[in-house]
Structure formats: C-alpha cells, structure tokens
Design a protein around this ligand. Structure first.
Ligand code: ADP
Ligand code: MG
Ligand code: ZN
Length: 514
C-alpha cells in the first residue's frame, strides 16, 4: 500500500464522526431513579422501568437534559426548545424494552460547530493544495503550516445506553464461538448523548483533534469523565474517498471499536489507504461497518449495511413533547465554566505563559484548577517568573504525581525560580513529597540540596572534570565553544544531577577563558 500523504495528494478523504458520551457524573439513569454505577454487582441497579416491565412509566432525568443543553451551548449549537423522544425498535437482549428511547428528526441541539487548530506534524496531512473548508472557504496557513478549520456539528441528541453483554468461552470476548452470554442491566438506561458531525473532516489528524477537543470540552463542563479506554466516550469514524475536485460524496464505511485517540487516527489512516487501493483497482467500496483490530492494525468487515434501517421510529407515547423554557436554557448557560480555548488565551495574554504550556494546562479541568490555585497567592516583583515556573512544573514535572498540593507546588516553584535547586532535583523532591504534606523547602534542607547553587561547592567538581578532559579543553580553546555542553553534562554526572547546570556552565567558561 502507498503511504497516507501520497494517497491524500490524489484522493480527498471525507470523514464524519458519531460520538456517544455517557453522562457519568449524573446520579441516576435516564428515565428511572436507579443508581448510575458500573462498579456494583451485576444487575443490582435495576427496576421495572429500565427492565421494560409492562405498565412501568418513564420520567425524564432533568439533570440529563440540562447536561445536553450545556453540551450544545459549548459547541455553538442552536438549542431546540421543542423536541420529542422516539422509540427505535430492535430485538436484542441488551434492551429489555425492545426499543431504545432516542430522539427523532429534531434533537435538543442542532447546527453547531467547533474550530479546530491543527498544528505541527499533523498539519502536514492536509495537502496545501487542498486548503478549503467543507463550505468552500479558503483556509489560511501560518508560516509553520498550522491552520484553523471549522467543523460543523449536525446535532446532539439524547439517548440511553443498552445493557452490557459478556460473552464467555469464545475468542476475545466476542459472541462468535461463545458458549455462554451474560447480561448486566446496570448500564441499561444510562443517559447518553450522541453528537454527529457533518462530513467536514479531511484528515485522520483532524478527526483525532476533534475528538480531543470534544473530550476536553465535555470534561470541563463536568458532564462526563469521557474515558475512551473504559468506553464512557465512544466514537465511530465514517470515511469515504473521492477524487480531488469531485463534488459528490463517495461510499462510506463506518469504523467501530475505537478506544483511544491514536486508534481513531490509525484506523482512519488504514481505512483511507485500503479504500484507495480498492478504488484504484477499479472496484467499488462497499457500504459496511468495519471493526478496527489494534493488534493487527487493520479493519475487518463486521456487517454490511442494509439500504434503509427499519427501526420503526415513532414518537414515544409515554413521554410528553418538550418545550424548554428560557429559564431552563439560561440556567444551563450560567453553569458553563470557562472553556479550554478561552482559558488558554487568558493564560497567554494575562499571565504571559508560553502557548504550549497554556494549552496543556487549559486542556484539563483538574490541572487548570490546581494551577490557578497555586498561582492565586503569587505577588510581588518576581511574580511573572514564579508563575511561568509553576506552569513549567505543572506541565513537565507533575504528571505521574497525584498527591501534590498547590502549596507544595508553590514552594517547589519558588526554589526553582530562585535557582536554589535544579530541575533534576525538583523531580527528586516531588517524588519525596508526593502523597505527604512535607514542605519542599524542608526536604531540600534535609538533603543538603541547596548547596548546589553555591559556587564554592561546585568548583571542585568543575576542576575534577576539566582535569580529565584535556581533549575537550583543547577543542574549546581552538574555538569549538559547543564542547562546553559536553563538559556541563560531565559535571552534572559527577554531581549526580545535583549541581546547578547554569552555574556549572559559567564556572567552566570562566576557567576555559582564563
Ligand atoms: P448513517 O445513516 O449511515 O448513520 P448519517 O447520514 O447519519 O449516516 O451520517 C453518519 C455520519 O457519517 C455523520 O457524521 C456524517 O457526517 C458521516 N457521513 C455521511 N456520509 C458520508 C460520506 N459519504 N463519507 C464520509 N462520511 C459521511
Ligand atoms: Mg450512523
Ligand atoms: Zn431503573
């Protein structure tokens, strides 16, 4: 097979996503008061409503409707005041009612969009010759090739999840070859929202970034934990190809079993290459659902789609049509916190953070809350330096340390900003204080780390390293200034990472220039 970028030169990939998100932060199910929890004993959280017993009547979960309105507002959708629930019929044991309660032609949220910023290596997946949006507008590229492209969102509608089935005795837990199947109705009736994009994405990287942005947005809204690994956020990728310049859409395939952002990218990239090969051999792509196999890095056919789904969709007579009030919508709007994009811009503009740091911190609600708590008390002359050091610590040192408080981060950043300790030592201190309430300053004193910025303590190390590096000393004096980096490395090694590299460098230069 040819490579992706070569193929995308000849063919335009058209991608649309369908994203299901479980509203994991709610207390109860969509139409009954059963507790939402996946950790309980199987079939512990069930009642006549979610088991579809005759005569049981559903009552919509108000908080779940508020969550979808928040999701819609955060993705620039129009909120539809009037909508209805529909029954979508199918026969399968994972839904005891024999129908899923979903929405019809009108969803709570319609006609939205998100602006995607595509930067770095991934921006090169889109050929420069293909710089138009789906609506035909020109895309401007920055000098480094990065660009912004709007992706339209067709709708976000309300649904409920089905029960979880466990197939035992077959390969990979799939039904084929299984001896027994078990059903856990705890998940049945979990409030879900499904977001459907227009077919506006053009590269696997754009699809990956869209999912990432959606995940950050929903996590910041606090409506879901959005775990692709655990399946609280699930994404189907629809993809087709057409010759560049062609206006009609090609036949699409739908990719399932995507449980990471990387899998979404890789599955789409594989599928684009596969379809190109089919088309170039003069064959037609078949409309089908395909399963991504991460270990084999390929997609295989799951089922071929019928021309029309016959779910016998009709309005649910047990649920009254909605007429959302202004108050209800405004209440949802008022609950929307500052979203990642706005946060990032503020961090750069008001705090002077580097764009990359600002983006990393703003992306995650817990990280940004901790960052803001840490810098809240920073004031005075060196405030800017301390704030940027806190950002550096949060982005580069903190990952992997769950038990560090804002006060500890503040202390550590103060030590770093004052050059009292090195970055390597800060890492060591962090490992020690993680999960305790020890003050970083105390740990540094206890371990005698402060001395590292004391020239008299480092001088013997410098002398020792220079003493055994005659060759590098000669090179330096002949004009090869770069060897000083090597010598700093040797000093760091000799001091077991405990010396201040800046100080080592200036001590080395002082002696080499002499
Ligand atoms: P289906 O009825 O097969 O689910 P929909 O029209 O509901 O199809 O679209 C599902 C998703 O597939 C949407 O995200 C849409 O943007 C995308 N899509 C539709 N047609 C195409 C196509 N020809 N190529 C790629 N994606 C498509
Ligand atoms: Mg579909
Ligand atoms: Zn129930």
């Amino acid at each position: 097979m040819r490579g992706l970028s070569e193929i995308l030169g000849d063919w335009e990939a058209v991608i649309g996503l369908e994203v299901h998100t479980e509203l994991t932060t709610l207390e109860t199910k969509m139409f009954c008061r059963c507790r939402l929890s996946h950790d309980d004993e199987p079939n512990a959280n069930v009642c006549p409503v979610c088991l579809g017993m005759p005569g049981a009547l559903p009552v919509p979960n108000r908080a779940a409707i508020q969550s979808i309105v928040m999701a819609g507002l955060a993705t620039n959708c129009e909120i539809q005041r009037r909508s209805m629930f529909y029954r979508k019929h199918y026969f399968y044991p994972d839904m005891a009612k024999n129908y899923q309660t979903t929405q019809g032609p009108i969803a709570f949220c319609m006609h939205g969009h998100l602006d995607l910023e595509v930067e770095g290596e991934g921006a090169r997946e889109r050929p420069v010759s293909a710089d138009t949006t789906a609506a035909g507008e020109r895309i401007e590229r920055a000098d480094d090739g990065s660009y912004v492209v709007p992706i339209r969102i067709a709708r976000i509608h309300r649904e409920e999840d089905a029960a979880k089935m466990v197939h035992a005795g077959g390969a990979e837990g799939r039904i084929a070859g299984a001896v027994e199947s078990y059903i856990d109705y705890n998940r049945c009736g979990t409030p879900l929202i499904e977001l459907v994009t227009e077919p506006d994405l053009r590269t696997p990287e754009e699809a990956r970034l869209f999912m990432e942005k959606l995940r950050q947005t929903f996590r910041t809204l606090g409506i879901s934990d959005c775990s692709l690994e655990r399946g609280s956020m699930r994404c189907d990728g629809n993809v087709s190809l057409r010759r560049r310049g062609e206006a009609t859409l090609g036949t699409k395939t739908e990719l399932k079993n995507i449980n990471s952002l990387k899998a979404l990218h890789d599955a789409l990239a594989y599928e684009i290459c596969r379809q190109a090969e089919v088309l170039e051999e003069g064959d037609a792509v078949r409309q089908e659902t395909r399963h991504w196999e991460p270990s084999k890095r390929r997609t295989v056919v799951m089922r071929t789609k019928e021309t029309a789904d016959d779910y016998r969709l009709f309005p649910d007579p047990d649920l009254a049509p909605f007429d959302l009030s202004d108050d209800f919508v405004e209440e949802a709007r008022a609950r929307i916190p500052e979203l990642p994009d706005a946060k990032r811009v503020r961090y750069v503009r008001e705090l002077g953070l580097r764009r990359a740091d600002a983006r990393r911190i703003a992306a995650d609600p817990e990280t940004s809350a901790l960052f803001e708590e840490t810098i809240a008390s920073v004031a005075g002359e060196d405030a800017e330096k301390i704030v940027s050091t806190v950002a550096n610590v949060v982005v580069n040192l903190l990952p992997g340390h769950a038990g560090v408080s804002s006060a500890q981060i503040r202390g550590l950043s103060g030590l770093l900003a004052a050059d009292a300790i090195t970055f390597a030592q800060a890492r060591e201190v962090l490992d020690v204080i993680d999960g305790t309430d020890a003050a970083p300053e105390a740990v540094v004193d206890e371990r005698g780390m402060r001395q590292v910025s004391d020239a008299s303590a480092l001088a013997p190390v410098v002398d020792e390293v220079l003493g055994r590096s005659a060759e590098q000393v000669r090179q330096y004096r002949e004009g090869n200034r770069k060897v000083v980096g090597f010598l700093v490395g040797q000093c760091m090694k000799a001091s077991r990472g405990g010396g201040n590299p800046k100080l080592f460098k200036s001590l080395l230069e002082e002696r080499l220039e002499a």
